[in-house]
Design a protein around this ligand. Structure first.
Ligand code: FAD
Length: 403
């Protein structure tokens, strides 16, 4: 601003697609851009294109509620998200970019003795994994979050699980930082380039058809988040995914008043305050499959009712905006990072409503898989065939935690 916007250069080039690449990434969201960044920075593979049908960061990476945490419970997820949080903790140095990662702490509220037991078990697992967790009693929550309604009888607050290293990050900046990291090492980021077909010959990929013409490739990574099923269908695959809308809401900007992330799972509600001052909150899915990226009023009403139950003071704030994004939900709520049965075709999908926090680890481990053809040690349970073999990772049911 001080220079009157003069002399500014774009963060990344706007290249024409080349006829052939070593690796094509389908999808210029957080995970696709992170994959490209780590392919270049960790493996020295730079003859790579990221093909994005819209603009970089215009998908879910720019639509989420920005929560970053490592409080999963089950093996398969816990080491993966633990790895991700460690990457977050060094991300600004790695990218030389301010992604506004703020470890302000997350408190998951619980409302019964049974839920306390489940949260204590999860907290112990988090500590065993090397992450942090503190079990707060009711007074402990009251000290941290005095503005909640502790007299409400619908779901009385018994306590909370406090994960101090959890927090938020500025979602757009994460996309931009990874984009700049990849572009500056020679990766081509190609926007307005929709993949419309995947060419396969004799069981191996040969390239893609796009709205900007055909492009050949030795390897292809499908990283299309809420469109994963549609992209996989181009290779004749049917993924174990249902796509649903998740809505989010933001109020007008307020002075700092909420300095944690709070989740109220029983009411389907969670909230934090953005650095611009807006209260950012959301709830559960609109429970029908759809590719529309705006949700419906019954869910909005449900979320606002929960907000008023938990912290009636929120009724004084005015709502500014609401929006939705398409969540690719797997049957067990955990993601997939794997090869497919087609040579040279790899899939990264099924992030449900929790993929923003996974962005660095997803890119890091997917790049490892693409570069070495072996799964990264922290992602080796995230197999596509687990739905056939019965090795699902039902973390949400185990831990009662979302987002
Ligand atoms: P995207 O940004 O959607 O990237 C996929 C890209 O693929 C898109 O840009 C799309 O245009 C492109 N694409 C699709 N098809 C094609 C094609 N045929 N050709 C070319 N390009 C294509 N996660 C958290 O961890 N914490 C949260 O607090 C959280 N809150 C959320 C709240 C909401 C309202 C929503 C919607 C999501 C939330 N999530 C959260 C989930 C998280 O945003 C996603 O899991 C994650 O962003 C998905 O990965 P991505 O960034 O790569 O997706």
């Amino acid at each position: 601003g001080l220079t009157g916007n003069k002399g500014w250069t774009p963060h990344w080039r706007d290249p024409e697609p080349k006829p052939e690449y070593d690796i094509i990434i389908i999808g210029g969201g957080g995970h696709g851009l992170a994959t490209a960044h780590y392919l270049a920075s960790q493996h020295g593979i730079t003859n790579v294109a990221v093909l994005e049908k819209g603009y970089l960061g215009g998908g879910n990476v720019g639509r989420n509620t920005t929560i970053v945490r490592a409080n999963y419970m089950l093996p398969g997820n816990s080491e993966f998200y633990s790895h991700s949080l460690k990457l977050w903790e060094g991300l600004e140095q790695d990218l030389n970019y301010n992604v506004m990662h703020s470890q302000r702490g997350i408190i998951n509220l619980f409302h019964s003795d049974g839920q306390r037991d489940a949260f204590a078990r999860r907290g112990n697992q988090m500590i065993a994994q090397g992450d942090d967790a503190i079990l707060l009693d009711r007074e402990g929550v009251q000290r941290e979050l005095p503005y909640l309604d502790f007299d409400q009888t619908r779901f009385p607050i018994y306590g909370g699980l406090y994960h101090k290293r959890g927090g938020t990050a500025r979602h757009d900046a994460v996309a931009w930082g990874f984009a700049r990291g990849a572009d500056s090492r020679g990766v081509d980021l190609i926007q307005q380039c929709e993949v419309t077909g995947i060419d396969i010959e004799n069981g191996a990929v040969r390239g893609v058809q796009t709205t900007r013409g055909p492009i050949r490739a030795k390897k292809i990574g499908m990283v299309a988040a809420g469109r994963s099923s549609q992209v996989a269908a181009m290779a004749g695959m049917r993924l174990p995914i249902e796509s649903h809308i998740l809505q989010a809401f933001v109020t007008e900007g307020l002075k700092p008043c909420i300095d944690h992330v709070i989740t109220y799972g029983m009411g389907h509600f969670y909230i934090s305050q953005s650095d611009k001052g807006g209260l950012v909150f959301g709830g559960d899915l609109d429970m029908y499959s759809s590719y529309a990226s705006r949700g419906n009023l019954p869910t909005a009403e449900h979320v606002v009712e929960a907000a008023m139950t938990l912290m009636p003071v929120i009724g004084k704030a005015r709502m500014l905006r609401s929006w939705g994004g398409i969540m690719d939900m797997t049957p067990d709520g955990s993601p997939v990072i794997d090869r497919t049965h087609i040579d040279g075709l790899y899939v990264n999908c099924g992030w449900c409503y929790g993929g923003f926090k996974a962005t660095p680890a997803s890119g890091h481990t997917f790049a490892h898989l693409l570069a070495t053809d072996t799964p990264h040690p922290v992602a080796k349970a995230l197999r596509l065939d687990r739905f056939r073999t019965g090795r699902g990772i039902l973390d949400e049911e185990a831990s009662g935690s979302q987002h």
